[in-house]
Write a protein that binds this ligand. Structure first.
Ligand code: SF4
Ligand code: SF4
Length: 350
């Protein structure tokens, strides 16, 4: 790929406004004192200088919390017509700007689950039609531990363009031909980056890494073996007693993909829709089968399931852990269950 470029902070505002004319634009924006990804209609709504992560993950723009998959109608003659909602997504053209490396990494994990062995057309179409302009993280929050999961504060791939905030301007790395085309179409806003700017970006990323390393977490390299060794540990009972089974950790997690599907029938009893909604492995109903049997009745078994899925079963299923160290689950947990404490204890650190 080509050398890096520089864009000034004034010119990025102009670039976003140009995007808004041609695309649907998703970007971080302040809502009620929190930064959230949302659709924006003006560059002034965009906050590219937010610390750490947004409250909700980017997955909801690719795999929404609730979506109608198709609607159906039965005619008087008994013929069934189905209208697949995928059709409405075909013209989608989006730019997602300001997505952090941990969240870019989470999309790579979702790809392995949703468009690898199995193909989810609703996810695939949104993913293929969305350009990603990431931004490296210079100020992690206290909850962030992406350095340890290898998902941040920068990334080498998974983006079309990647910005690093240098103060008055951004360094722009090019990650794909689509990213290169974006620059070519807006060439008047960019200039070549010299070695000094590239070195400064590297230094800022290293500084963010150093801040996270103060947490002194263990290396995650042998986490699979550590998880196997601790399968019957007493800590699962302890965390299970604390857990409120609210599911907030799942819903804010950028890599949780479990869902439920149900049919909604209209009162004419001849038409309706099939709906998909996010589900949570913390809910009692999650493992309930048609006979009424519930396979994971106890909370400890459900707490354990989430953690084992992240750090053990995912390695078996998709070859990588399914945690990007964003820390959202730590931030939102009312029971103050902190994944990093669990990891430290599993490794025998305390
Ligand atoms: S957010 Fe905390 S309390 Fe709620 S289900 Fe997750 S671990 Fe349990
Ligand atoms: S498990 Fe927690 S820290 Fe890991 S990706 Fe999910 S929300 Fe982020």
């Amino acid at each position: 790929m080509e050398t890096a470029r520089i864009i000034s902070k004034d010119d990025i505002v102009e670039l976003i406004d140009r995007f808004i004319v041609a695309y649907q634009v998703i970007a971080p924006s302040v809502i009620d004192d929190r930064v959230m990804y949302k659709y924006v209609s003006d560059a002034s709504e965009v906050d590219l200088e937010y610390r750490g992560h947004t409250l909700l993950p980017p997955k909801r723009f690719f795999f929404p919390e609730k979506e109608v998959l198709f609607t159906y109608e039965i005619s008087d003659k008994g013929t069934v017509s189905i209208y697949d909602k995928c059709e409405e997504l075909k013209g989608l053209q989006r730019v997602f700007i300001g997505i952090k490396p941990c969240d870019i990494s989470s999309l790579k994990i979702l790809d392995k689950v949703l468009i690898s062995e199995f193909h989810d057309p609703y996810y695939a179409i949104r993913r293929n039609n969305t350009l990603l302009i990431g931004i490296t993280c210079s100020e992690p929050l206290d909850y962030c531990f992406c350095y340890y999961t290898g998902s941040g504060p920068s990334t080498d791939d998974g983006y079309d363009l990647l910005l690093t905030d240098l103060g008055e301007e951004y360094l722009v790395r090019i990650g794909s031909n689509r990213g290169l085309m974006l620059i070519k179409y807006n060439i008047d806003l960019f200039k070549e980056a010299n070695e000094e700017k590239i070195a400064l970006a590297k230094k800022l990323i290293e500084k963010a890494e150093l801040k996270m390393r103060e947490q002194r977490l263990p290396s995650f390299e042998n986490i699979y073996e550590v998880m196997i060794k601790n399968f019957n540990s007493k800590i699962w009972e302890e965390y299970g007693r604390a857990c409120l089974a609210c599911g907030k950790c799942n819903f804010t997690c950028p890599t949780c993909t479990c869902f439920d599907i149900f049919d909604e029938v209209n009162l004419d009893l001849k038409s309706g829709r099939r709906v998909r909604v996010w589900d949570s492995c913390h809910f009692l109903s999650f493992t309930q089968v048609a006979s009424g049997e519930i396979f994971r009745k106890s909370r400890p078994s459900r707490v354990k399931q989430r953690i084992y899925h992240k750090y053990c079963y995912s390695l078996d299923e998709i070859g990588v852990i399914s945690c990007v160290g964003c820390g959202r689950c730590i931030e939102v947990c009312t029971a103050r269950i902190d994944l990093r404490d669990i990891i430290r204890r599993l490794y025998g650190y305390e």
